[in-house]
Design a protein around this ligand. Structure first.
Ligand SMILES: NC(=O)c1ccc[n+]([C@@H]2O[C@H](COP(=O)([O-])OP(=O)(O)OC[C@H]3O[C@@H](n4cnc5c(N)ncnc54)[C@H](OP(=O)(O)O)[C@@H]3O)[C@@H](O)[C@H]2O)c1
Length: 335
């Protein structure tokens, strides 16, 4: 397994999205199981873990997921790359508290939650139009200079927005939606990032489970599961998108791999600057996803897979709520 770069950081080619242990995918396993899952992933070779201050807000409390991750990695914290994210509300800015102070308060809370004194990769979770992005970028530059964070990134942005921030303080990573079902990032994000030395960290790389083949029209989404509201996962669109699964199944059988592994191996082959972060609450599936770094496609296999995918019309998108991109959902998701 060849490691990849995120700015000055070096990580295994697949990271682990920890969100589901606190947020967004319905019932969660107990804490001991979740901590063991993160530790097993580390033992398997995973050294890149993704969380956010917001994960847990609805079901538990803000910071729940960071605290869980902090507990899980405390014995090997310096061996891993921890990524977390902040949201800034303009109402937090007052006559007494400027942007730098607000961001520092968020960071201090994340550091406490994660039981560490630095964050490796600190993302702005969503752009807030009421706060100039250039100002946020400048503060991120200060935090890097002070060693409080190693690198910074943006999430769910267009290439144009990314360029504005990158001009102020070089951005190491952009965390956008990207999978075989959501290929908008191929239009502008990947080309921009390839030229500018930025790593793309796809979230929902297995299309919220769809690409594994385990989500069917009969699957019931319970509790806070965001998939209740994902148009791509409506009964009709699950049925209409079956051709993608048929392609995956064919390659998975040929390569003695799983569907999810082929979907990850495909993007690893396609781009040298991609590090997907699949999410799962299940210890076996976490290792299955990580093991995709052992599934290599030949040029011929990759071209055949690309050609098959290019012929397919994808039905539905994940949801505009995830997006700041003007083009989101228009190019690849044609219905
Ligand atoms: N920046 C952002 O705005 C943003 C937004 C969403 C997520 N994220 C981050 O990205 C990470 C990944 O996103 P995601 O969780 O939506 O991605 P995902 O991996 O595409 O989807 C997760 C879903 O797929 C299922 N799944 C995963 N691997 C599977 C496998 N091998 N076989 C069968 N089912 C499988 C999981 O079910 P089980 O749990 O039952 O295995 C879960 O329901 C999150 O954990 C979070 O850290 C960021």
């Amino acid at each position: 397994m060849e490691k990849r770069k995120i700015g000055s950081l070096t990580v295994a080619p697949i990271g682990m999205g920890c969100m589901g242990f606190s947020h967004g995918y319905g019932a969660v396993p107990d804490e001991d199981y979740a901590i063991a899952a993160i530790q097993k992933a580390y033992e398997f070779g995973c050294d890149f873990f993704d969380t956010a201050e917001a994960y847990g807000k609805e079901m538990f409390f803000a910071g729940h997921n960071e605290q869980l991750l902090g507990k899980a990695v405390k014995d090997f914290r310096n061996e891993v790359v921890l990524a977390t994210k902040l949201h800034i509300d303009e109402k937090e800015l007052t006559a007494e508290k400027n942007l730098s102070q607000v961001i520092r308060e968020h960071l201090q809370q994340s550091l406490k939650n994660l039981q560490t004194d630095y964050v490796d990769l600190y993302y702005l979770h969503r752009i807030n139009e009421a706060i100039p992005l250039e100002d946020v970028a400048a503060v991120m530059g200060e935090l890097i200079a002070e060693g409080l964070i190693k690198e910074w990134g943006l999430s769910q942005v267009s290439a144009e927005t990314l360029a504005k921030a990158h001009a102020v303080t070089p951005v190491a990573a952009v965390q956008n939606l990207y999978s075989m079902l959501e290929r908008d990032a191929e239009i502008d994000i990947f080309p921009y990032c390839l030229v500018n030395g930025i790593t793309v960290i796809p979230f929902s790389p297995i299309a919220s489970g769809f690409l594994s083949g385990k989500v069917t029209s009969e699957t019931k989404f319970e509790g806070d599961d965001v998939r209740k509201f994902v148009p791509q996962l409506s009964k009709e669109n699950i049925a209409a998108n079956q051709p993608v699964l048929e392609i995956l199944k064919r390659f998975a059988t040929e390569k003695k791999a799983t569907n999810a592994q082929i979907s990850l191996a495909w993007m690893l082959h396609k781009y040298p600057n991609v590090v997907p972060i699949p999410g799962s609450k299940n210890q076996e599936r976490i290792l299955e996803n990580l093991a995709a770094w052992n599934v290599t496609l030949t040029e011929e296999e990759f071209s055949a897979l690309e050609a098959a995918l290019d012929k397919i019309t994808v039905h539905g998108h994940r949801g505009h709520v995830e997006s700041q991109q003007a083009s989101f959902g228009q190019q690849w998701s044609k219905k």
